[in-house]
Design a protein around this ligand. Structure first.
Ligand code: ADP
Ligand code: SF4
Length: 680
């Protein structure tokens, strides 16, 4: 073992009830958007984490019964033998690398709507679902008895599937959380009233699960260290439960009250931010404690153990961005860690009901269907010229360098990084520079990759270079004409100082009254508005949607985005589309009524859509693809302007497949195929 001795405590085994974790790296339960729908994709992905050294690898929320169905989100399920077989594939994949497999048993209570099963949902009382026009059925004693039996059966099936750690889950707004809530639980029986009564279901589930599987499996619980807010479960009550139920579970997996903070992006929440709230739980419970904090630094992780805060270092996002993080620490390769940037694109795709992906780790979710490994790439030979050192070009250079190609990477700019270098200078986005830093760090150590900065390449330069392959990664620029979702054609009535986010990133700081018109509706509009407000401008932020940065609800950032703008004194105008600007005022129309609204403004910033920088591509191949494009390939934003994760993925895919079979779609696909004779 080459572990630097100071990190050795991270690699000590730990007894958790009847099982032993091989080290202190614990992948806590996290959603994947795969769940019951993509079992092979999921099992392979979890197995890769175990291969990368995570000592414990858990599932996502795993429904115990059809009365808990979170459709259209692909939750995991443990309802019947078919599910048990699929779950066993996860446990097997994790065990193959010597790690423990954990499963988070879950009942959604009133929160879900059971859109797939159409069963009535169950609640401590009849309450509205998260967003659908359904209310739950109030549970009577017989319902509680049934629930306990479903939970027990699910625990037994999980044990039979091979899981080592089985969760009882009283947090995040689901069924057991409802019972704990002082304001929602209005029962007059032994499950309502005092804290002991409200916590009775929680306690009984812990005891039942221990009784059912405790000889073979550890029983864990995911618990909020600072309660669920004064109206539900106060911080003091949470402490009381930690002390009261301390040794009932074998492991306490601690989260915090505010999910948007727990899931906080780097724009709003720092790494290791929850320590003050989880410290002390070890002493109260006398059991091992794990908790999270977007830990990517080995020294921070180590500090959690040596200062006695945690016994196990929990991670979801850091394990997504780098499944091999523990192994890299063990092997003394700390500089090779691909650090999570806290962008929450992983979470966003689960909330979109699609499979997990990651900005930093383009192989995430592709382990099974594309056969991609986060650390290994196939060998290859040849020379490649890459034009553009943004996320797409850098990722391609990194992968091709690793494959053994001779790579020349050129950028007209004096610094690498393209859009991530530029965007990371905007408020709250500093961590995004890690997309550049990981890749420049890797290629700096590759003798077969040369980086040429300050080099604007023309079509003649590219042709004259004589490389076997050319990858064009020239990016995209924000449009200055208003074309976007709302306006299909350029707005003809724009005169005066019209700026774009590129101007702001280049340092423009208009003063006085500024209108920021957002028809992109993710982070760029709000971040630009904030940058200008902080520099003294009087900013009006106008959006075609009904909230500031509406899409960022998927990244758990929308509420904080809106609050941040309001706190910075930015006026927010919703549901209005810009239609005119003359250098002294901007005119909008209500998207519903067409009614006009005017704001005085000397400057206008348009955040609408981007124009691919594909002039080089067109010169080399002809605008309509007149020339064969198998040797000259467009990647990233110059092909399809999109999120940074898409540019990295595009660069990775092209680089991994170069010189071999180019897959337009991934090689494998998970879906149900009807077997047996056709019915006539
Ligand atoms: P992506 O997200 O697809 O990686 P970026 O916009 O981040 O795209 O990066 C594109 C990079 O390409 C920028 O750094 C830009 O300076 C560079 N670039 C664009 N055109 C040329 C060119 N003709 N020669 C060299 N570099 C170029
Ligand atoms: Fe981290 Fe972003 Fe990857 Fe999620 S998508 S793991 S937040 S880098």
């Amino acid at each position: 073992m080459t572990t630097e001795s100071r990190y050795a405590p991270l690699f000590e085994p730990l007894q958790i009830g009847p099982v032993i974790a091989p080290n202190r790296f614990y992948q806590v339960p996290h959603c994947t958007g795969m769940g019951h729908a993509l079992p092979q994709t999921l099992a392979t992905m979890r197995g890769v984490k175990a291969e990368g050294g995570w000592g414990v690898v858990c599932t996502e929320y795993c429904s115990i019964h059809p009365s808990s169905d979170d459709h259209p989100y692909p939750f995991a399920s443990n309802w019947d033998d078919g599910d048990t077989a699929n779950l066993a594939a996860i446990a097997d994949a994790v065990h193959a690398h010597g790690a423990l497999a954990g499963i988070e048993l879950w009942h959604g209570g009133s929160y879900v709507a059971n859109l797939a099963t159409r069963m009535p949902t169950l609640g401590v009382r009849s309450m509205p679902a998260r967003s659908d026009p359904f209310q739950s059925q109030r549970m009577d004693r017989a319902d509680i008895r049934r629930l306990k039996s479903w939970h027990r059966q699910a625990a037994l099936r999980a044990r039979d599937a091979g899981f080592d750690i089985i969760y009882v889950y009283p947090t995040h707004g689901y069924l057991v959380w409802e019972f704990l809530s002082r304001s929602l639980n209005d029962r007059t029986d032994e499950y309502g009233g005092s804290l002991a009564n409200r916590a009775r279901l929680f306690r009984e589930l812990l005891e039942d699960t221990k009784d059912a599987v405790g000889d073979r499996c550890a029983v864990a619980t995911r618990f909020s260290a600072d309660g669920h807010g004064e109206t539900h479960l106060s911080a003091d009550e949470a402490r009381d439960l930690l002390a009261l139920f301390g040794s009932l579970p074998d492991l306490w997996d601690l989260v915090i009250e505010d999910y948007e903070e727990e899931m906080g992006s780097s724009r709003f929440v720092d790494a290791a931010a929850f320590e003050s709230r989880v410290r002390g739980a070890r002493a109260l419970t006398g059991r091992p404690v794990v908790s999270i904090g977007r830990f990517t630094s080995p020294d921070t992780m180590l500090g959690q153990l040596t200062r006695g805060v945690l016994d196990l270092v929990g991670a979801a996002r850091p394990s997504i961005a780098d499944p091999f993080l523990p192994e890299k620490i063990r092997a003394g390769r700390v500089e090779d860690i691909r650090e999570c940037i806290g962008c929450n694109i992983c979470y966003a795709h689960d909330t979109r009901g699609s499979a997990l992906r990651c900005t930093q780790n383009p192989t995430m979710g592709e382990e099974w269907r594309s056969g991609w490994h986060p650390e290994r790439v196939p060998a290859g030979r040849g020379s490649v010229l890459i034009v553009g050192a943004g996320p797409a070009g850098l990722e391609a250079a990194h992968v091709l360098g690793k494959r053994g190609f001779t790579v020349a990477l050129a950028d007209r700019s004096d610094a690498p990084g393209g859009r991530v270098a530029r965007e990371s200078r905007l408020p709250g986005l500093a961590e995004w520079a890690r997309v550049r830093d990981y890749r420049t760090g890797q290629i700096a150590r590759m003798p077969n990759v040369d980086l040429y900065l300050g080099n604007l390449l023309t079509a003649a330069d590219v042709s004259g270079f004589g490389a076997d392959y050319v990858l064009l990664a020239t990016g995209a620029r924000w449009r200055r004409n208003g074309i976007g979702r709302w306006h299909a054609a350029a707005i003809g009535t724009l005169t005066g100082d019209v700026l774009t986010p590129d101007d702001i990133m280049d340092g423009a700081r208009p003063q006085g009254r500024v209108v920021v018109f957002d028809d992109d509706n993710y982070y760029m509009g709000p971040v630009v508005a904030l940058a200008l407000a902080r520099d003294g401008a009087q900013v009006c932020y106008a959006t075609t949607e009904s909230k500031a940065g509406e899409w960022s609800a998927h990244t758990a950032e929308q509420a904080r985005t809106q609050r941040q703008l309001l706190d910075a004194g930015v006026e927010i105008v919703v549901a209005h589309a810009l239609h005119a600007f003359d250098g002294s005022s901007a005119g909008f129309a209500c998207i519903y009524t067409g009614r006009e609204l005017w704001r005085a403004a000397a400057h206008l910033v348009l955040v609408t859509s981007r124009e691919p920088e594909d002039a080089l591509h067109d010169e080399l191949l002809g605008r309509n693809g007149e020339t064969d494009g198998s040797r000259i390939i467009r990647i990233g934003d110059c092909r399809q302007p999109a999120i940074i994760a898409a540019a990295v993925y595009s660069g990775h895919k092209a680089a991994r497949e170069l010189g071999g079979e180019l897959h337009a779609v991934p090689a494998a696909r998970e879906r149900v195929v009807i077997a047996g004779p056709r019915r006539t």
